[in-house]
Ligand binder design. Structure first.
Ligand SMILES: *[C@@H]1O[C@H](CO)[C@@H](O)[C@H](O)[C@H]1NC(C)=O
Ligand SMILES: *[C@@H]1O[C@H](CO)[C@@H](O)[C@H](O)[C@H]1NC(C)=O
Length: 221
């Protein structure tokens, strides 16, 4: 059966949608590695970075040191993350991986956030954490657990999740993420602390609270 041009275009458009769903995570590399460099004259542009000539690669392109060092958690949340992405290790470019160290003061909180481009697998190295994530609409089911030293938990890509230190001693976790550049959206900061602010009309209706509550929340960020 002969297809019209319009039909063919419709198939192409549909295929584009389907394939963009199929490749929701970082695309697989087509070479052993592609060490990211910042020199636009150096080489080709892959996954948002320029690649170094592979012959020039050395061990230091695949190396980072310092995740033994605790971050300073003296802040309102009692929490700090040291995220090591392609910006710190050029050799991560195209590999779909990154790593982080999370430090929690006693009762410190990594507040609800999402990684738009990565799933996360987290191991508790020290202390105990109450962790959880919430499933998509319409269920919005909370899946949560208290983790102890040596425990591992997975946060699926895109879902809102958090970790709270439920102990009176510092807690430490190491997390691996399935993107060289996972991205972070902290919900409260994004919604109440955007620059410029989201209109109060939007937030009062969205949260079903009055203007004073919205103003108060915006003032916290
Ligand atoms: C490239 O530039 C960015 C932004 O200036 C910087 O954070 C990063 O460390 C640089 N990466 C390399 C591999 O030089
Ligand atoms: C940690 O951060 C706080 C607040 O910014 C600062 O006052 C303090 O000196 C820092 N501590 C260290 C050890 O750097």
């Amino acid at each position: 059966m002969k297809k019209t041009v319009a039909e063919i275009l419709a198939y192409v458009a549909l295929w584009a949608v389907v394939s963009s769903l199929a490749y929701a995570s970082d695309p697989s590399p087509l070479q052993d590695f592609c060490v990211a460099v910042n020199d636009s004259k150096a080489a080709v542009f892959v996954n948002g970075k320029f690649c170094q000539d592979p012959k020039m690669a050395t061990a230091n392109d695949f190396f980072f040191s310092g995740l033994n060092i605790p971050s300073n958690t003296s802040n309102k949340l009692g929490f700090m993350v040291n995220l090591v992405t392609v910006d710190q290790i050029g050799g991560l470019n195209t590999l779909g991986l990154s790593i982080a160290r999370l430090d929690f003061a006693p009762y410190g909180l990594d507040p609800p956030h999402t990684h738009p481009r990565a799933s996360e697998i987290l191991a508790v190295v020290e202390g105990s954490l109450y962790v959880g994530f919430v499933t998509s609409n319409p269920d919005n089911r909370l899946i949560s657990k208290v983790l102890y030293k040596g425990d591992v938990f997975v946060f699926p890509v895109g879902l809102i999740h958090f970790q709270l230190n439920v102990g009176n001693t510092p807690a430490v976790a190491i997390a691996a993420l399935s993107s060289q550049n996972p991205g972070v959206i902290t919900i409260a900061n994004a919604v109440f602390g955007s620059k410029p602010p989201i209109s109060v009309d939007v937030l009062t209706k969205a949260f079903q609270v009055d203007k004073n509550v919205v103003n108060y929340l915006q003032a916290q960020f």
